[in-house]
Design a protein around this ligand. Structure first.
Ligand code: FES
Ligand SMILES: [Fe+2]
Length: 360
């Protein structure tokens, strides 16, 4: 589980252009909900990775995510089922299933209290930054990396991330498109109405995460705005993306120190749920949990900016052979080569070249 620090070369020659895998469910961690919306003893029906799932919190407080169908006769646990202790109970004949998916009770059988070898498929689930996240691997392998710590949320220097900033949007897009924003500074001028192109300052690909820094100009072309009262400001925006499912964007203190977490969770072969949450540095001396007016304005501006990308994705076509401009080719092609490691080898363009996935 140790983080691998080897940096992969971005300078490898640009091979023939690379399409995006037609397979939509790469291996990795994915956000599937907000922690505070799942109370003790509650259950939610979910649909992700092209599957019906059920997510529940038992009385011990732990969250479990498993396939939704009961292995007795196929009842849907998420429709009429309920939680008892740490078990989920099927609405049809009352069979119990534990947090590990095992059958724990057949309530009416005098011959067998349960079927010990019967187990519904479960997905490793954690609560992280106020979100419920699951590890998805098509072939059922366990996590090969851990979710990162978020230092900003560990002290009182930032306003709480929840519930003020969060939103989720269902977008008709391949989840990899969202990650590719980090290699695409040239769309900022057109889609996000930047005054001038952003400049990529660094671009690193590691085993399971990507780290990029991009210089962005704020308030360009205007003497003063509410965000840049003293005139235009250049700031370094930092992208960290973990697998295909989880992304961070950190904004500089010259604008407003803040961290944005996005989750890109494939729903099915067409749609992705785009989760968004953000925390900003506190105004000096402000001890309230609710962000200040300026912070709120910044968060809602970011929510608007994120949505500006949607029309490009919802109407695009996935080209087998995209044609990159010279300036963008190196990072774009490197990102696409890196991304292939998260796809099963027999699924579309995947080659599972990451060490943690290769060893299977
Ligand atoms: S189908 Fe679930 S208990 Fe019968
Ligand atoms: Fe964008």
């Amino acid at each position: 589980m140790a983080m691998v620090e080897d940096k992969l070369s971005v300078d490898a020659p640009v091979e023939s252009p690379i399409g995006v895998s037609t397979y939509r469910y790469p291996t990795g961690w994915y956000v599937v909900g907000w922690s505070s919306e799942l109370g003790s003893g509650q259950l939610q029906k979910l649909h992700y990775f092209g599957r019906e799932l059920v997510c529940f919190r038992g009385t011990s407080g732990a969250v479990s995510v498993m396939d939704a169908y009961c292995l007795h006769l196929g009842g849907h646990l998420g429709v009429g089922g309920h939680v008892e202790g740490d078990d989920v109970v099927c609405p049809w004949h009352g069979w119990h299933w534990g947090t590990d998916g095992a059958n724990t009770l057949i309530p009416y059988s005098e011959k067998e209290t349960c079927k010990q070898n019967l187990r519904i498929r479960t997905y490793p689930a954690e609560e992280w930054c106020g979100m419920i996240v699951v590890w998805f691997d098509r072939d059922g392998q366990g996590p090969c990396w851990q979710l990162p710590r978020v230092p900003e949320l560990e002290t009182g220097e930032y306003y709480p991330m929840h519930p003020h900033s969060r939103m989720v949007n269902r977008v008709k897009v391949h989840p990899q498109m969202i990650v590719e924003n980090a290699a695409d500074p040239y769309h900022i001028q057109f889609v996000h109405h930047g005054d001038r192109p952003a400049q990529v300052r660094s671009f690193e690909l590691h085993e399971h995460y990507l780290h990029a820094t991009v210089q962005v100009n704020y308030g360009g072309g205007k003497p003063a705005t509410w965000l840049t009262p003293k005139g235009p400001v250049d700031g370094l925006v930092v992208y960290d993306t973990y697998g295909i499912g989880i992304g961070f964007v950190r904004f500089p203190k010259e604008i407003l120190a803040s961290v944005q977490i996005t989750g890109h969770t494939p729903v099915d072969d067409e749609y992705t749920d785009y989760f968004f949450a953000m925390a900003t540095a506190r105004e000096e001396g402000d001890i309230n949990d609710e962000p200040s007016e300026r912070a709120k304005r910044w968060i809602s501006m970011q929510q608007r900016i994120v949505k500006q990308d949607f029309f490009t994705w919802e109407n695009m076509k996935y080209l087998d052979k995209p044609n990159f401009a010279v300036e963008e080719a190196k990072n774009y092609a490197a990102l696409r080569r890196w991304a292939r490691r998260f796809y099963p080898p027999d699924a579309g363009e995947g080659d599972s070249s990451a060490d943690c996935l290769k060893s299977r």
